[in-house]
Design a protein around this ligand. Structure first.
Ligand SMILES: NC(=O)c1ccc[n+]([C@@H]2O[C@H](COP(=O)([O-])OP(=O)(O)OC[C@H]3O[C@@H](n4cnc5c(N)ncnc54)[C@H](OP(=O)(O)O)[C@@H]3O)[C@@H](O)[C@H]2O)c1
Length: 317
C-alpha cells in the first residue's frame, strides 16, 4: 500500500510517499481502509521531532475515517463497518496512508450519512474540544464559554460542542468567519485583533469556561474577563513564563487552569461515540477548507500552519 512517511525529522520536504507492507491486526486491533485523514498542527510538531521521538520511518496523521478492512481477535467491529479514529501518529503509526492499524479503543462507528471526510475532520479536534470543555472544565447548560480561535480546527468544533451542551458561546476569529460561526452556534463573535477585546467579551457576559489555544497571549485577558471561579482549558502554550506571571490574578479569582493534551484521553472510543451522535443529529458539522492527495501531504502540512482558513484540511488517500 502507499503511505506518507518521514525517514528523518525535519521540514515538510522530508515527507515521501512510500510503498509499504499493509498492516495486519493483532488482538484488539483493526485495520482501517482510510478514506480520509485530517491534517493537524501536531503532525508538523511530530515531524520536526519536537515531541516524543518516534521510531523512524514514521507515518504522520493522528485521525482518520474509513471502513474496517481486517480485524484481530476480540474485536467487536466487522469488516466493512464505517469507523473514525484518533489518538494516532504519536506512539502509534499514523493515518496518512491507504490503511492504518488502529487499537479498537481508539475507534467509534461513523454513522451512515456522515461523510468520511467529516468524521476524519472532527476526530482529533472534537476529542480535544470535548476533553477541554466537558472533561476538564465541566461546562454546563446555561453557563457561558469563551472559545478563542473559533474559526480553527479545534475552535469551530468547540463552538458547536459548547452550544450543543446548552452553553452560551462567545468566540474570537477573523471577521470574515463571524457569520458562519454564528450559524454554528456562537452567540457573540469578536475579532481577536480588537483593542477593546476584553471589554467586548465582558459585555457579552463573563465566561465561566474558556478554551485557550494561545495561553501565552491570552491568560492575562482570560483572568480579567472570566467569572469568579472560572475554568480555563489550555491546549497551546509556548511561553511558560506567561502562565506564571498571571498566577496572582488567577488566584484572586480562584481560577483553575487545566493543561489539556488530547493524547491523554482515557477512552478515545467513548468520546468519539458521543461526537458521532452529534454528527448524526446535525448538531456538529465539519468545515472542510482544503483537500489533498497523499503526494500533497507536504503542502498540506505547510498550509495547516499557513494561511487562515475556516475549519480543517483533509487528505484523501
Ligand atoms: N493540547 C491539545 O491536545 C491540542 C489539540 C489540538 C490542537 N492543539 C493546538 O491548538 C492550537 C489550535 O489548533 P487548531 O488545529 O485549531 O489550529 P488552526 O486550525 O490552525 O486554528 C488556528 C486558530 O487560531 C486563530 N488565530 C490566529 N492568530 C491568532 C491570534 N493572534 N489570537 C487569537 N487567535 C488567533 C485563527 O483565527 P483566524 O484564522 O480566524 O485568524 C484560528 O482560529 C494549535 O497550537 C494546536 O497545536 C492542541
Amino acid at each position: 500500500m502507499h503511505a506518507v512517511r518521514y525517514h528523518d525529522h525535519g521540514g515538510p520536504e522530508v515527507l515521501t510517499v512510500d510503498e509499504v507492507e499493509r498492516p495486519t491486526p493483532g488482538p484488539g486491533e483493526v485495520v482501517v481502509a482510510v478514506e480520509a485523514a485530517a491534517v493537524n498542527p501536531v503532525d508538523t510538531y511530530f515531524r520536526e521531532g519536537a515531541y516524543e521521538p518516534a521510531d523512524l520511518p514514521w507515518i504522520p496523521g493522528s485521525d482518520c475515517a474509513g471502513t474496517v478492512a481486517a480485524v484481530g481477535e476480540g474485536v467487536d467491529y466487522a469488516v466493512g463497518d464505517r469507523v473514525f479514529a484518533t489518538g494516532l501518529g504519536n506512539w502509534l503509526q499514523g493515518t496518512a496512508a491507504e490503511a492504518a492499524l488502529v487499537p479498537d479503543s481508539h475507534l467509534a462507528a461513523l454513522p451512515d450519512g456522515v461523510p468520511f471526510e467529516d468524521g476524519a475532520a472532527v476526530a482529533l479536534v472534537g476529542v480535544t474540544a470535548f476533553q477541554s470543555l466537558i472533561a476538564a472544565c465541566s461546562l454546563e447548560p446555561g453557563e457561558r464559554a469563551l472559545v478563542h480561535g473559533g474559526s480553527g480546527g479545534v475552535g469551530h468544533v468547540a463552538v458547536q460542542l459548547a452550544a450543543a451542551t446548552g452553553a452560551r458561546v462567545t468566540t474570537t476569529a477573523s471577521p470574515e468567519y463571524h457569520d458562519r460561526l454564528r450559524e454554528l452556534g456562537a452567540d457573540d463573535a469578536f475579532d481577536y485583533r480588537r483593542d477593546d477585546l476584553a471589554d467586548a467579551v465582558v459585555d457579552a457576559g463573563r465566561p465561566d469556561v474558556i478554551l485557550d489555544h494561545r495561553l501565552d497571549d491570552y491568560l492575562a485577558l482570560d483572568a480579567e474577563v472570566t467569572a469568579q471561579g472560572g475554568r480555563i482549558a489550555a491546549i497551546g502554550n509556548t511561553e511558560p513564563d506567561a502562565t506564571f506571571e498571571n498566577v496572582p490574578r488567577c488566584r484572586a479569582k480562584a481560577l483553575s487552569v487545566h493543561h489539556v493534551s488530547m493524547f491523554n484521553t482515557p477512552d478515545f472510543g467513548d468520546v468519539l461515540a458521543r461526537l458521532a451522535v452529534l454528527l448524526a443529529d446535525g448538531d456538529l458539522e465539519a468545515e472542510i477548507a482544503g483537500r489533498y492527495d497523499l503526494d500533497e501531504v507536504a503542502q498540506a502540512q505547510r498550509d495547516v500552519l499557513g494561511e487562515s482558513v475556516l475549519g480543517k484540511l483533509v487528505v484523501r488517500p
